[in-house]
Write a protein that binds this ligand. Structure first.
Ligand SMILES: Nc1ncnc2c1ncn2[C@@H]1O[C@H](COP(=O)(O)OP(=O)(O)OP(=O)(O)O)[C@@H](O)[C@H]1O
Length: 242
């Protein structure tokens, strides 16, 4: 449970729809993400989870309404995209990559000298401080995923949006990830998290939404993740008219 007043926003999705070409990707999607909570989003491949995140981030031309209700002024959003594939020959170090990302963020005002310290601090949070001067292209998939998580922590976010952040993580990486998101929740950050690992969702999420083109269920994991609902969600054909 949240131990501080939430500094993150609530998010209200009202009748959100998305049609690309002739394909209906999302239809009548309504759900509320509570401020300062971990909200899991689950569903079958192609069910529209990443698309809903694109709508939230203003990257897809959706219908309906998405309201981000900040407690005071608009805060900082950290985003971890689905696993990226880098060219193995990419000559950029982890430090260069992080610096390029972070200094392009308007909210990031640190002078150059302290940028390095901020980056090392974020890398330490994900157990990657000793890889700071490795080439990005030389990292394993799980190490890359940890770097992507670290970049979402700079500057300190109020809302974190995660698209399958655990996909490439081994057991140790998954433990680091769990620690990071529990720390964020303790600070009152709102976390909206797409995940396939239902055990992780059961363990960590306060609320979960099952999405397959539309919302099939929502509530606390203990209540809604019954075998019947899970089976129904993952056998639901996202494209079918229901
Ligand atoms: N730019 C696009 N143009 C047309 N169709 C698209 C586009 N982007 C995604 N889609 C389709 O939208 C549907 C939903 O995709 P999306 O990536 O949102 O699903 P997802 O639930 O995140 O899936 P996964 O679990 O496999 O990551 C898929 O059928 C996909 O093919």
């Amino acid at each position: 449970m949240t131990e501080m007043a939430p500094r993150g926003p609530a998010i209200l999705f009202e009748d959100v729809s998305l049609t690309l070409g002739r394909t209906t990707i999302l239809s009548d999607v309504s759900l509320r993400v509570q401020a300062g909570r971990i909200h899991g989003l689950i569903g079958p491949n192609g069910g529209g989870k990443s698309s809903l995140i694109r709508c939230l981030l203003g990257r897809a031309p959706h219908g309906g309404r998405i309201g981000i209700e900040w407690p005071a002024k608009a805060g900082i959003v950290g985003y971890v995209p689905q696993a990226l594939d880098f060219d193995r020959g990419l000559p950029m170090t982890v430090m260069d990559f992080m610096a390029a990302i972070v200094t392009s963020r308007p909210a990031f005002l640190s002078p150059k000298a302290s940028t390095k310290q901020v980056i090392l601090g974020a890398l330490a949070q994900v157990g990657m401080q000793d890889r700071a001067y490795r080439r990005m292209g030389a990292l394993s998939g799980g190490e890359r995923q940890r770097v992507m998580l670290a970049q979402a922590l700079m500057p300190a976010p109020d809302l974190v949006v995660l698209d399958e952040p655990m996909a490439a993580l081994d057991r140790e990486g998954a433990a680091v990830f769990e620690q990071v998101i529990l720390d964020l929740r303790r600070k009152g950050v709102t976390i909206f998290w797409v995940e396939h690992d239902l055990d992780a969702v059961r363990r960590l999420a306060d609320e979960v939404t099952g999405l397959s083109r539309t919302v099939l269920f929502g509530g606390s994991p203990d209540h809604v993740l019954t075998s019947e609902q899970v089976l129904n969600l993952f056998s639901h054909r996202a494209g079918a008219l229901s």
